[in-house]
Write a protein that binds this ligand. Sequence first.
Ligand SMILES: [Fe+2]
Length: 344
Amino acid sequence: MGKYPDREKAEQILREAEERNPGPWGNHSRTAAHCAEKIAEHAGMNADKAYVLGLLHDIGRRFGKRHLGHVSDGYSYMMSLGYDEVAQICLTHSFNQKKMEGYVGKFDTSEEETELIRTKLAEAQYDDYDRLIQLCDAISGAEGVMNIIDRMSDVKRRYGDYDPGKWNANLALKEHFEQRMGMDLYEAVEKDRFRPGLKVYRCQESDWLLSEEAFELYAPCMYQPTFEKYAGKMMEYLSDSAVRIYVCERGGSRAGILVLDCSREEAVILGIAVSEACRGCGVGQYLIRGATQSEKLKTVTAQTDDDAIGFYRKCGFRDEETSEEYPNGTVVRYICTLSLETGN
Ligand SMILES: [Fe+2]
């Protein structure tokens, strides 16, 4: 009893399972892991354990598209690896009322599997980790954290029904953990900031920033890029304490760079680029949001052209059009401004 893998092993188990059965459930699981970890931190619970349990609660999906079947599949799989505590979560996460009735989805289990779920559920003693993952399941979407009512309504729409007892039990879980944490649930899980698979951090690794790899990533936002030009600029940035460089990782590899001049109250975006493979995945938007929040900025400005104005508008910037005269014609430029509300 009491067994679960460490974070690294758990992430590996999820990746392998996703390869066997790709789908939005992978990022749903990552969102659940993030929420579980954050709530655990604020509630004085074991955050690593919460993260791993959240990450693996739906691991039964490894074996294909099943409804109730994913519960018994997950339970048996985790038991076979000796991860008893995860096995229990695979079982209990779908039953916040500790009974099979009220399960939202199809009963697609064999008699044997149904019996297994029924027996183990009756034996299970729920603790706050079972309750935590039930709650996290109810707020975790594949794109990020959802409002609990929106998520339950969404499930209701997809399945045609949602057991009212289960609905109310989820709301009670939200209240239980809010009380335990002494704070708002969505604030604790950084609802509007978190995106599964993406990570933003300030990068000060000069070795990497002066590498070919970094140059290739950043080149699309430079005018007539060459490595020499890039390296020169980057050295300037690195020696200027008002310039902050942020990197966004997606699925563990670097997918975007943002260079910000924070010398004045209105910070200025000096450059932002996202790798070709990751465009349209929200990396740029996530980078700006992560950097502005970590720098506690109130206003960010940028200048751009017709090619990138759509991106800035999507990120919530307002813009003003100006035109500049060049020897070979007029160029339309946009001055973009993003105002950030405090506490957001
Ligand atoms: Fe789930």
